[in-house]
Design a protein around this ligand. Structure first.
Ligand SMILES: [Fe+2]
Length: 269
C-alpha cells in the first residue's frame, strides 16, 4: 500500500457537509435514488457552478466546496479557472458492501480528466482507492490525485457500519500541463476512443490515452455504436459475438460495445 503526498483539507470545511450527508432523510429527499434492482448503498450528487444556488438551497455547503477546490488547485499548481470535467463537483455517500469496479473516465482531445478525491468520513475498513492496481492508504480528509482518464481506478469494498462519505472534484487539465507535472508519460498520445477499448481495457498507458468526442460520449451512453465504427466493423463484431469460439470475456466486451449488455461504468470517483 503506498502513501500519496498528503494534502489535508481542514475539517472545519467538511464537517457540515459530512453531517448533511450522514442524514438518511437528506439523502432520500435530495439525492437521486439508485437504479432499479440495485441496492441503496450509493447515493451521490454532481453539480457545477451554475447549480450552486439550487444545491445551496437544499443545504449542501457549496461555498466550502468551492473554497476546497481553490485550495486543491493552488496546492497542485493549477490555474483556478481550470475547467471542471463532465462530473464536476461531486458529493457521495456509500455504505457497507459497496466497491467501485476499476474503470476510466472520459478525456477530451488534449485534455485529461483529473480528479481530486478525499473521504470526509472514512469507513472502518475498505473504501480505499485502487489506482493502476495499487491500493492507496489515505487518511480521512487526505486528498489523492486520480488521473481518472488515464489510469484504471476503483475502490476496495466497504466493510462495517461506518459509511464512506466523499468529495470528488474533477477538472479537464491540458495534456501539456499534465506532462509537465510528470503525471503522464511525455510520449503519451491521444487516440480517439473506440468502443472496443476504452473504459476498462488494458493497454499501455504510457503510449496513448483514449479520448471521446462529445458525440461519442453520447453514443456510448446511449449504448449505440452507430457513427462510431463502420458497418463492416460492426458486422464483424456481431458475428464474433455469436461465434461459439468466442470466450465469455470477449463476448462480454463485444456485448458492451454492441449495446447488447449495459456496461458497468462506475462514474462515481
Ligand atoms: Fe471514475
Amino acid at each position: 500500500m503506498s502513501k500519496p503526498k498528503g494534502l489535508f483539507i481542514d475539517k472545519e470545511l467538511t464537517t457540515y457537509i459530512r453531517d448533511w450527508m450522514s442524514s438518511k432523510e437528506n439523502r432520500e429527499t435530495y439525492l437521486p435514488p439508485p437504479p432499479e434492482n440495485q441496492p441503496d448503498n450509493m447515493r451521490s450528487k454532481n453539480f457545477w457552478k451554475e447549480d450552486f444556488d439550487q444545491i445551496r438551497y437544499v443545504g449542501i455547503d457549496v461555498d466550502a466546496i468551492e473554497e476546497i477546490d481553490h485550495i486543491i488547485l493552488d496546492h497542485y499548481g493549477l490555474d483556478r479557472d481550470t475547467p471542471l470535467d463532465e462530473f464536476g463537483y461531486m458529493v457521495s455517500w456509500q455504505s457497507e458492501g459497496k466497491e467501485v469496479t476499476p474503470h476510466r473516465d472520459a478525456n477530451r482531445k488534449g485534455k485529461i480528466n483529473v480528479r481530486f478525491n478525499f473521504m470526509i468520513q472514512k469507513p472502518t475498513k475498505g473504501g480505499l482507492p485502487i489506482i493502476s492496481g495499487e491500493t492507496l492508504g489515505v487518511e480521512e480528509n487526505e486528498v489523492w490525485l486520480c488521473l481518472a482518464g488515464l489510469n484504471l481506478h476503483g475502490t476496495t469494498k466497504i466493510e462495517g457500519e461506518k459509511d464512506r462519505i466523499m468529495i470528488s472534484i474533477g477538472h479537464y487539465v491540458d495534456e501539456e500541463i499534465v506532462k509537465k507535472k510528470g503525471w503522464m508519460h511525455p510520449d503519451c498520445k491521444p487516440i480517439e476512443e473506440n468502443p472496443m477499448w476504452n473504459r476498462s481495457s488494458v493497454f499501455d498507458e504510457d503510449k496513448f490515452y483514449p479520448y471521446a468526442s462529445k458525440m461519442q460520449t453520447q453514443n456510448l451512453r446511449n449504448n449505440t455504436v452507430n457513427d462510431v465504427i463502420s458497418d463492416e466493423e460492426l458486422m464483424k463484431m456481431v458475428s464474433e459475438y455469436y461465434s461459439r469460439e468466442t470466450t465469455e470475456e470477449r463476448k462480454n466486451e463485444l456485448g458492451i460495445a454492441l449495446g447488447y449488455i449495459k456496461p458497468q461504468i462506475e462514474e462515481d470517483e
